[in-house]
Design a protein around this ligand. Structure first.
Ligand SMILES: [Zn+2]
Length: 217
């Protein structure tokens, strides 16, 4: 097996399109294999796609993930969480010489994942803006994403959180779930970038000491 393939079990570009609309369409198509409204959590193959989906818990749509441990009920401050994850994404590309290096030919570099994340933020906040009747924000980078998060999210009311988006997903998606889904997606992109760096480093350091009994030193 080629070294890069051995080292890199990352999501390929094929399941991580650049455009948020395309991404969401891709997920809609994936969700079409589900069996009904809201009930299925759409578990994709773990190496290809994060687990995601809306479940009803505590009377609300909740996103749960058995890969990263995300539980939407843990989110108590959407704005603070979005600001924090934007900070983590920025920190992952700041002053990194390998930020633009792809771990593999079909795998995003860190900077590409950040740009993709910015597009996802703009796309999903745009959906939310449509539902609650405000102007869709323009999000060009992580800095503007932080500003938009602080400007829009704290003022979303409980009634607005319960409002539903009907035409973008295979189920009516609440604003509450959209926010959870956005934060969850970005959490995975943080992991994607970290895995990418590890992959690059592992490829540069091919010798490995292993604890596997069938592969002694
Ligand atoms: Zn997850």
């Amino acid at each position: 097996m080629p070294q890069g393939e051995r080292a890199c079990r990352l999501r390929s570009l094929g399941t991580s399109p650049l455009a948020a609309e395309v991404l969401i369409q891709h997920r809609n198509e994936a969700a079409s294999s589900g069996s009904g409204l809201l009930t299925p959590s759409i578990h994709m193959t773990r190496r290809d796609e994060m687990s995601y989906g809306a479940r009803i818990a505590d009377g609300r749509q909740v996103e749960l993930c058995d890969e990263c441990g995300f539980d939407g009920r843990d989110i108590v401050d959407d704005a603070a969480e979005l600001v924090a994850v934007c900070g983590r994404l920025a920190a992952l590309v700041d002053e990194r010489q390998d930020a633009s290096e792809r771990p593999g030919p079909e795998i995003f570099s860190a900077t590409e994942y950040v740009q993709h994340s910015v597009e996802v933020i703009e796309g999903i906040l745009g959906y939310i803006a449509t539902v609650i009747g405000i102007q869709a924000p323009q999000v060009g980078d992580l800095g503007t994403a932080v500003g938009v998060a602080r400007a829009i999210l704290p003022s979303i009311t409980a009634d607005q959180r319960a409002a539903l988006l009907y035409d973008k997903y295979r189920f009516p998606a609440s604003v509450d779930w959209l926010l959870q889904h956005l934060l969850h997606d970005l959490q995975h992109h943080v992991l994607d970038i970290r895995r990418g760096y590890a992959c690059i480093t592992m490829s540069a350091l091919p010798e490995v000491y292993t604890s596997r009994r069938d592969r002694p030193l």
